[in-house]
Ligand binder design. Structure first.
Ligand SMILES: Nc1ncnc2c1ncn2[C@@H]1O[C@H](COP(=O)(O)OP(=O)(O)OP(=O)(O)O)[C@@H](O)[C@H]1O
Ligand SMILES: [Mg+2]
Length: 235
């Protein structure tokens, strides 16, 4: 099958103040199952997602997106001071899509939010807000969905719900690129992995090769539960 690129990164570099946050990241992300950006806290996952979404400008290098509309779910989503229903309706409206009662019904249903449709979004629990945030992103009918640590503050049951949703959205053909520092989550949902250490892409591999035959010493150390840095020294 011909590989279809979704994102092409070429020497993507991001410098903020004195700090090099992304170090010449070169990679092609293809259509298919979820791509997971994996790496320790502060390695640049959020910055790379934002660069791919166009929310931050690179200092040098390029990022090209080859598909249509993209949606981005922040690690700590901000709910509008409106009902759950209106949060969804507003997201569609800002994407320039027509209002559709049947789309709204399906979204509320798919995300188990029907009983909360008229509740103020800001009163929802963390797990409910995260589901609404993903539903809101999907209301825009994106071809590409960025999820930044979508389960970082959720318990096991809510994490499982969100991971199931991710699998269903992906099966519908929406390309998902998500960040996590959770190895178990990467293993459960990744089709392929981009492993970042201190802003450098240490490894890109299909999920099974990453977990069973990692080539970089940093990836092997991370998989073994050790602390990692780009020069291989313990930080
Ligand atoms: N606006 C900024 N100005 C200066 N430094 C920044 C800025 N944004 C991020 N950084 C730094 O860039 C590095 C990468 O941050 P980023 O948030 O991309 O990492 P991350 O992998 O998402 O981390 P986490 O797992 O904690 O979410 C961090 O050291 C951070 O302090
Ligand atoms: Mg982050």
């Amino acid at each position: 099958m011909q590989a279809e690129p979704v994102i092409t990164l070429s020497k993507a570099r991001l410098v903020m103040g004195q700090r090099m946050i992304l170090r010449d990241v070169t990679a092609v992300i293809e259509r298919g199952g979820p791509t997971v950006l994996l790496g320790p806290n502060g390695c640049g996952k959020t910055s790379l997602l934002k660069a791919m979404m166009g929310l931050v400008s690179l200092t040098s290098g390029t990022v090209d997106r080859h598909v249509g509309r993209a949606s981005f779910v922040l690690q700590k989503p901000v709910m509008l001071r409106r009902s759950v229903y209106d949060n969804l309706a507003f997201a569609r409206q800002t994407a320039g899509l027509p209002h559709s009662e049947s789309v709204m019904t399906d979204l509320l249903n798919d995300f188990s939010l029907t009983h909360l449709a008229h509740a103020p979004a800001r009163r929802l629990s963390g797990g409910e807000q995260q589901r609404l945030a993903i539903a809101r992103a999907l209301a825009r009918e994106p071809a590409l969905l960025f999820l930044d640590e979508p389960t970082a503050s959720l318990d096991v049951a809510q994490t499982r719900l969100v991971e199931d949703l991710i699998a269903r959205i992906s099966a519908r053909g929406v390309k998902i690129i998500l960040s996590t520092h959770d190895l178990g989550q990467a293993k459960r949902i990744a089709d392929d992995v981009l492993f970042l250490v201190e802003g450098q892409l240490a490894e890109q591999a299909p999920m099974a090769s990453f977990f069973h035959a990692a080539r970089s010493s940093q990836a092997r150390a991370f998989l073994a539960g050790e602390l990692v840095s780009i020069d291989g020294e313990k930080p």
